[in-house]
Ligand binder design. Structure first.
Ligand SMILES: Nc1nc2c(ncn2[C@@H]2O[C@H](COP(=O)(O)OP(=O)(O)O)[C@@H](O)[C@H]2O)c(=O)[nH]1
Ligand SMILES: [Mg+2]
Length: 280
């Protein structure tokens, strides 16, 4: 399966991002807790190197708690501030504010030492499509001032939102694009819904998912679908198809339908809390 996903306007996006970063003290980098490796792009490490950074492991409600804690230590060992969030639940905003304040403290002190007046931290949310940027901005802003659920793209024009006496937030997120270093990166991005469905073969995507889940989370798979989790991934898919009545007119199994079910249920957390990637 070859995934070639590279929206045309990347150069412009990067230039805009660089421009916006000049105004920023703290970058809130959102990462999908299920796939922290694939949902980050090493290309941006350089861009953010002079900024205070908070890594936000979002969608933690869908990820394996134990693995998320391993990722947290992994990033902390690299000197980053890390928080674990579920952007949909309340209370997230306060948690993020605390992390931003902590990250900004050092810079704030430097400003004061240079005889400057202390000022609020200027913050920007960045991340790949669908990672939860708008949801987080809404949480921080307190009401529906940023759109959620939108498609990848760039929003023009910017405005600051005062989210706390000491924090100002840029109302539009920086949309980063994923790297496609290897095939598995694209597969994980598609499985978690970060890139659009239409461009990828659903049967192959689900087949790959079943293969990974049989290796990583066989008990959860068995709990959801029953059956013999020792069998071959394709046979297991066919077995699920039969139990779910995904049968074509001629009596053949409807692999496309079962693939859609599997991907939907995985994305919705119905197979349980699953992390597809662990730190090395
Ligand atoms: N389960 C879960 N879903 C989330 C979380 N954060 C965001 N979402 C959902 O993920 C989808 C994309 O969120 P959105 O904020 O639009 O992402 P953006 O593209 O980065 O702005 C929406 O359906 C959100 O409701 C989270 O922490 N947990
Ligand atoms: Mg958005």
């Amino acid at each position: 399966m070859i995934i070639n996903w590279y929206p045309g306007h990347m150069k412009k996006t990067e230039a805009l991002l660089k421009e916006q970063l000049k105004l920023i003290d703290v970058v809130l980098e959102l990462v999908d807790a299920r796939i922290p490796k694939s949902s980050r792009n090493p290309k941006f490490l350089d861009l953010f190197k002079d900024k205070k950074r908070v890594i936000v492991l979002n969608k933690s409600d869908l990820a394996d708690e134990k693995v998320t804690m391993e990722w947290k230590s992994h990033f902390e060992n690299q000197g980053m501030h890390v928080i674990v969030t579920n952007a949909i639940t309340g209370g997230t905003a306060r948690y993020i504010q605390e992390a931003v304040t902590r990250a900004f403290q050092e810079k704030s002190q430097q400003l004061i030492n240079r005889g400057r007046k202390s000022r609020p931290a200027r913050v920007m949310v960045v991340g790949i499509p669908n990672v939860g940027k708008s949801t987080i901005i809404n949480q921080l802003a307190g009401k529906g001032s940023a759109k959620t659920g939108d498609k990848p793209g760039v929003t023009r024009g910017k405005q600051w939102i005062r989210v706390h006496s000491q924090i100002e937030l840029l109302d539009t997120p920086g949309i980063l694009w994923p790297k496609f270093e290897d095939e598995i990166t694209g597969i994980h991005l598609a499985q978690t819904g970060a890139i659009r469905d239409e461009i990828i073969d659903q049967e192959e995507l689900a087949h790959e998912l079943v293969k990974e889940l049989l290796a990583l989370y066989p008990e959860q798979l068995h709990k959801r679908y029953g059956g013999d989790v020792m069998i071959d991934p394709l046979d297991y898919m066919k077995w699920i198809a039969k139990t779910r009545g995904c049968i074509l007119k001629g009596g053949e199994v409807d692999l496309l339908r079962v693939a859609t079910i599997l991907l939907d249920e995985f994305r919705g957390g119905k197979i349980g809390r699953i992390s597809l990637e662990s730190p090395e």
